[in-house]
Design a protein around this ligand. Structure first.
Ligand code: G1P
Length: 297
């Protein structure tokens, strides 16, 4: 039912002020979880879901991000010459096919909806995915793949969904639930960052979307919503008003909010503990820290 999704938009224009002073010179998306930049996790997830065209919505000061996706021929030949084949393989696995990545600038920080709208000409008239690289999701089947698998049957728009404590609804897009079948939620409304007392549920939107091109038509109106920004949530909510299908998928996996320092640190620890070369040392260290804390208390 759902048409094939081959394009993904990565909104990466944010200033990353929560990570200053680091983000004075490093784009937030290049900051590393263990040894991979945040953006690499997003790209890997998109590739695993069958995405072949990657559209980055950038801003000034993001050239390090563009360079990261260039090949590194000098480095590759140095590794080849010194016989470091494992590292060479690792490096080559991050190379992108020529022409697979396109960059478009968001000249003004007018919100997530506006960022996606900036990519409209590259998206054209087909369904597309949006991945917010701040939301890192560790899952056996990558989150976007889970969504695309279900979307084949449902069509329409789909967002990744996760329960959050009610006080936190003010930080998310929140779903108004019509009905639920297993982990698929039929949505009858969406609100961006509602006051917890007024949130229609505690089911929040996490940064993975499959959208139909009609969302771009709504974004054409460039109507400001919560916080004075052009909100993607509002444009998706318009789909429901127009009688089209919007679903939420309660994905299986653990989501880390790498837009916050605490979330970033938690992701670093979780990803390091999943690595056989780091696990034992790190675990020993963490056990010492916890033991020390309980003595101090
Ligand atoms: C954005 C979206 C919001 C969504 C969130 C997920 O908000 O506007 O609807 O719930 O991402 O991380 P932001 O975190 O950019 O404020």
């Amino acid at each position: 039912m759902g048409n094939k999704v081959t394009k993904a938009v990565f909104p990466v224009a944010g200033l990353g002020t929560r990570f200053l002073p680091a983000t004075k010179s490093i784009p937030k998306e290049i900051m590393t979880l263990v040894d991979r930049p945040l953006i690499q996790y997003a790209i890997d997830e998109a590739r695993a879901a069958g995405i072949t065209e990657f559209i980055f919505v950038t801003s000034r000061g993001k050239s390090a991000l563009e360079n990261y996706f260039d090949n590194a021929p000098e480095l590759e030949s140095a590794l080849r010459a010194s016989g470091k084949t494992e590292l060479l393989k690792l490096l080559e696995s991050t190379n992108m096919e020529s022409g697979a990545i396109a960059y478009v600038r968001q000249h003004l920080a007018l919100g997530l909806g506006h960022a996606v709208w900036c990519a409209r000409r590259l998206i054209g008239d087909e369904p597309f995915a949006v991945i917010l690289p701040d939301d890192v999701i560790s899952a056996e089947t990558p989150c976007l793949k889970q969504m695309i698998d279900v979307y084949q049957d449902t069509g329409g728009c789909m967002v990744a969904a996760m329960e959050v404590p009610r006080p936190q609804t003010a930080s998310y897009g929140v779903l108004d639930i019509a009905e639920e079948k297993a982990n698929l939620v039929r949505v009858k409304g969406m609100v961006e960052k509602p006051d917890p007392a007024e949130a229609p549920s505690t089911l929040a939107v996490i940064g993975r979307y499959i959208l139909t091109p009609s969302v771009l038509e709504t974004l054409n109106r460039r109507k400001a919503g919560a916080g004075g920004e052009i909100q993607l949530t509002d444009a998706i909510a318009e789909e429901i008003v127009a009688g089209r299908v919007v679903n939420g998928l309660r994905f299986r996996g653990t989501r880390f909010d790498c837009g916050s320092k605490a979330g970033f640190l938690q992701a670093t620890v979780a990803f390091a503990l999943a690595r056989s070369d780091l696990r034992d040392d790190l675990l020993r260290y963490l056990q010492d820290v916890v033991a020390y804390r309980s003595v101090a208390e």
